[in-house]
Write a protein that binds this ligand. Structure first.
Ligand SMILES: Nc1ncnc2c1ncn2[C@@H]1O[C@H](COP(=O)(O)OP(=O)(O)OP(=O)(O)O)[C@@H](O)[C@H]1O
Length: 236
């Protein structure tokens, strides 16, 4: 693996006094998709929130050689780490275009890239985001991250609750985006992992229990069953 872009060491996170991440250590390379896997409630989302400072955390997080674990979230975002939350936070009363414009931090928002990735968002530019389908809102949410020239994307369960056809579309967008920016992806759908992920980090009870090549893990159905409690065929 080339030099990591993000290094997480002994990350521990708490929210409301409750410990939600025990002791997480892993690296994210500077290219490709690194998937965070694990059963429900093991601390995947909390790990992303700890990295971007949305939950109180201790431990060391290094981004491109610099410590970011004491920085506030807005400073981390300014460094070029985009965070796409699980619940598709869009401003429902604002239009698609307004949602995207508000997210643009840089002098030259990447409108062309966004419209190429999401032709539908161009057609629906004047529609209020709250009236979009779940899949379309997910596209807005991803668009809000991709409109900036970010250096790393943290994406939390982007296909959750979406119809299979839309899951496929979201995966296609992430696949395309991953050619331009590395992605740390929390995802439960193993077909999506199979399509996108190069490396995997498996969490159980707030700790990392496996890291390695995505294909190697997915080809080992017994190990998938052991680590994730799902049948290996779910990856096909
Ligand atoms: N804001 C919060 N308040 C209280 N408990 C929380 C909060 N966030 C997370 N937790 C708890 O921390 C644990 C880990 O949650 P987290 O959402 O990180 O897991 P996850 O692996 O992402 O799960 P899922 O796959 O179900 O989204 C769970 O027991 C959860 O209930």
């Amino acid at each position: 693996m080339s030099a990591p872009l993000l290094t997480v060491e002994h990350l521990r996170a708490t929210v409301g006094g409750q410990q939600v991440v025990e002791d997480i250590t892993f690296e994210v390379p500077a290219t490709g998709v690194t998937a965070v896997l694990g059963r429900n409630g093991v601390g995947k989302s909390s790990t992303l929130k700890g990295i971007v400072g949305l939950y109180d955390r201790t431990g060391t997080v290094t981004f491109d050689g610099e410590r970011i674990d004491h920085e506030p979230t807005h400073r981390i975002i300014q460094r070029g780490i985009a965070y796409v939350p699980e619940d598709r936070e869009v401003f429902s009363m604002l239009t698609v275009e307004e949602n995207l414009t508000l997210a643009a931090r840089q002098d030259q928002p990447r409108w062309e890239f966004i419209h190429q990735l999401f032709p539908e968002l161009k057609q629906r530019a004047q529609q209020r985001a709250g009236t979009l389908s779940g899949g379309q809102q997910q596209m807005v949410s991803l668009g809000r991250a991709l409109i900036n020239d970010n250096r790393l994307l943290l994406v939390d369960e982007p296909t959750k609750g979406l119809a299979p056809k839309i899951v496929h579309e979201v995966a296609a967008v992430l696949d395309e985006a991953a050619r331009t920016v590395p992605i740390l992806l929390v995802e439960q759908n193993l077909q999506v992992i199979n399509r996108l992920a190069h490396r995997v980090v498996v969490i159980d009870s707030g700790r990392v229990v496996h890291t390695g090549d995505a294909r190697e893990l997915l080809d080992d159905t017994a190990r998938v069953q052991q680590l994730l409690g799902v049948h290996g065929e779910a990856t096909k």
